[in-house]
Ligand binder design. Structure first.
Ligand code: ARG
Length: 463
């Protein structure tokens, strides 16, 4: 059984069951690259301000490098009695670098150390999510651009409402994911603050140079209050809130892929390589990818709620409860990355069934609003036009016809303002292209939106 740093104060050895219960090494081991980078920066700084000698710092840094290689190669032995990744590395350093290892923890506590590790980890992962979101947005723009003439029914209340361009529908998701990415970038500003030097909670008596550590670890700022720095996890909650909203968007898109790939809709065909079959029903092809993405959404929401609940009653400053932040956070990070990345791979391979979409947009009176708009253009107030077209729809329903399948004579019975040119207003193309209001689905608008998105993505790639 390993010795504990606190043995001097205790008259009994820690019970085995307590070691197992309190250990976090099973999951916080993933922080090791950050823990080691943070320790190296800490050593360099201690030497710079004269708390340890350069020679001591060199010994510590070399030892930490050797441990990093052991961990990278999977040759490092873990042991519950050493609790967490911080104590594992420090204990191993004593074996690798000798007595000098006992100086590593000068002017530092595990409280500021773990805050540093989690911030460095989340900084990297947030950047990765941002990169994946950029790719996803580019993939959606590609899909929109390749299908600019595809018309589909637009829905409200899950009822066919008005025709829209499929590209317009896809660009709606582009907008959602652009905001998601902005939320991650915004929260990165607050993740990217260097907490080391806060020590246990009150700061330290050593003449440390926190800005030097920040520079070595590429942090633009250091935290302003030691108690805040060791005791808040709002940066992680913010990441999880952004991740949860992003999962809402992924889940909505997934829901549409599931519906659209049914035989009832038939709007899209998913690639065989991104679907699975049934073990009993030979005919089945199931949309498991979007279903699982939709299903995984709850884990990310759960992680957000777990952290909010974890933190809500904690008195200042560090409390051991906070060790429970890691599993939900890591799980949410893994989940969001997996969901973004599978969509990036699947979406370019989706087949869009343009004829099925067009047919669906042609049935169900999706041109009723346009007939009312036509009457308004002939001088009728909109409410009267609405009522008039309502009666025409009721009549057409009785005949089993669409509005544009009624004869001019039939249509005229609903309003004398109706002329032969009404039929030009009721085609899919006219309905799409007349919606030129900013943000509307007109072909030109959508082409402009696609071009603007291309510019934005190119700009982002340049910076
Ligand atoms: N494993 C701990 C955590 O994740 C590290 C900090 C422990 N600090 C302490 N005073 N026991 O929060």
């Amino acid at each position: 059984m390993a010795e504990k740093p606190w043995d001097g104060r205790f008259s009994e050895k820690t019970d085995k069951s307590v070691e197992a219960f309190t250990a976090s090494i099973a999951y916080d081991r993933r922080l090791y690259p950050y823990d080691i980078a943070g320790s190296i920066a800490h050593c360099r700084m201690l030497a710079k301000v004269g708390v340890i000698t350069d020679e001591e710092a060199n010994g510590l840094v070399a030892g930490l490098g050797a441990i990093k290689r052991e961990l990278d190669r999977g040759e490092f032995a873990f042991d519950d009695s050493l609790e967490d990744i911080h104590m594992h590395i420090e204990t191993r350093l004593l074996q690798v670098a000798g007595k000098v290892a006992q100086k590593l923890h000068t002017a530092r506590s595990r409280n500021d150390q773990v805050a540093l590790d989690v911030r460095m980890y989340l900084r990297d992962e947030t950047r990765r999510s941002i990169g994946l979101l950029q790719t996803l947005r580019a993939v959606l723009v590609d899909l929109a651009e390749g299908h600019q003439d595809v018309v589909m029914p637009g829905y409200t209340h899950a009822q066919r409402a008005q025709p829209v361009l499929f590209a317009h529908h896809m660009m709606a998701y582009y907008e959602m994911f652009t905001r998601d990415q902005a939320r991650f970038s915004d929260c990165l500003e607050r993740i990217n603050v260097m907490p080391l030097g806060s020590a246990a909670l009150a700061g330290t008596t050593y003449p440390i140079d926190r800005h030097h550590v920040a520079k070595l670890l590429d942090f633009p700022r250091v935290s302003a209050n030691s108690m805040d720095a060791v005791s808040d996890r709002d940066f992680a909650m913010e990441f999880l809130a952004a991740a949860s909203i992003c999962m809402v968007h992924l889940s909505r898109l997934s829901e549409e892929f599931v519906l659209w790939s049914t035989s009832e809709f038939g709007f899209v065909t998913l690639p065989d390589a991104f679907a699975t079959g049934s073990s009993i029903m030979p005919q089945k092809k199931n949309p498991d990818i979007p279903e699982i993405v939709r299903g995984k959404t709850g884990r990310v929401f759960g992680a957000l709620v777990a952290l909010l609940t974890l933190m809500k009653n904690l008195p200042m400053s560090y409390n051991r409860d906070m060790q429970e932040d890691k599993e939900p956070l890591f799980d949410a990070v893994d989940t969001i990355k997996a969901c973004l990345s599978i969509n990036v791979q699947m979406i370019p391979r989706i087949t869009v069934n343009r004829e099925t979409m067009r047919k669906a947009a042609s049935v169900g009176f999706l041109n009723a609003t346009d007939m009312a708009d036509y009457l308004v253009s002939q001088g009728l107030p909109f409410r009267q036009a609405h009522a008039c077209v309502g009666s025409a729809v009721a009549h057409a329903l009785g005949k089993g016809k669409e509005l544009d399948q009624l004869t001019l004579e039939e249509l005229k019975t609903f309003s004398p303002l109706i002329k032969a040119d009404i039929f030009d207003h009721l085609t899919l193309k006219a309905m799409i292209d007349r919606r030129q209001s900013p943000g509307g689905t007109a072909t030109q608008n959508v082409a402009r939106a696609i071009a603007a998105a291309r510019e934005v993505l190119a700009d982002e790639n340049r910076t």
